[in-house]
Design a protein around this ligand. Structure first.
Ligand code: CDP
Length: 216
């Protein structure tokens, strides 16, 4: 990872990681990987085959044969697939199967912005800069509700908030690679910030890290 710049963006669901990460990638000329799509992809394939995402052996078999480049379906963004992804993501063998792809993606120059749950803690403990993006659960539920109601007009804000709370709990309490900030991560609470303001804060942290790296 001598030359590659890796920006790790972790945080809970609907905190604004994707919007920020895409903007950072374009600002710094880096690639972007939404690592949630990998877990969603494995989960989606399991649901398509009628398999239970809690079935560890089946999940590992699917994850090992999984080709992230071949994945292109709008169905990955549904609430059902998000929930199944958080069940699939509990299995250590699944995380192991997806590890190398993420490492290789980030370590290839010029580097990348990766967003997820364990980028700064497990995938790139040596990242150039680590950001932990969060927001209040009410604000995150409101944002996710606005996104998902387009697909499902019968959805309620209360259902979305309940699902989000359960998913956060599952992500934070699992044994393998739980969601938590790396000790040196810069925290950004996006609850009261617009996307421009979030980018402004994040890019200050990135600039500081890049100048530290140049001096080293
Ligand atoms: O978009 P949203 O924040 O709702 O979720 P996502 O990033 O697409 O991730 C879906 C699920 O995949 C999460 O709830 C996690 O359980 C899992 N995930 C993970 O375990 N590790 C990652 N690096 C990314 C996602």
């Amino acid at each position: 990872m001598d030359q590659a710049i890796v920006i790790a963006v972790d945080g809970p669901a609907a905190a604004g990681k994707g919007t920020l990460s895409r903007r950072l990638a374009s600002l710094y000329g880096l690639k972007y990987l939404d690592t949630g799509r990998l877990y969603r992809g494995v989960a989606w394939m399991m649901l398509e085959k009628g398999l239970n995402p809690r079935d560890e052996d089946a999940a590992c078999t699917i994850a090992r044969a999984f080709d992230p480049e071949a994945l292109d379906t709008a169905e990955l963004r549904t609430g059902e697939v998000g929930k199944a992804a958080s069940h699939v993501a509990v299995h250590p063998g699944v995380r192991q199967a997806l590890f190398e792809f993420q490492r290789a993606f980030g370590a290839t120059p010029p580097g990348a912005v990766l967003d997820g749950r364990d980028i700064g803690t497990v995938i790139f403990p040596d990242a150039t800069v680590k950001l932990f993006v969060t927001a209040s659960v009410e604000e995150r539920a409101r944002r996710r509700f606005e996104e998902l109601r387009l697909q499902d007009p019968n959805l309620t804000l209360a259902t979305v908030e309940g699902d989000l709370r359960r998913r956060d709990e599952r992500d934070q309490s699992r044994e393998e690679a739980p969601l938590k900030p790396a000790p040196e991560a810069e925290l950004i609470d996006t609850s009261k910030l617009n996307p421009e303001e979030v980018l402004g804060r994040a890019s200050r942290f990135v600039d500081q890290a890049l100048s530290r790296r140049e001096m080293a």
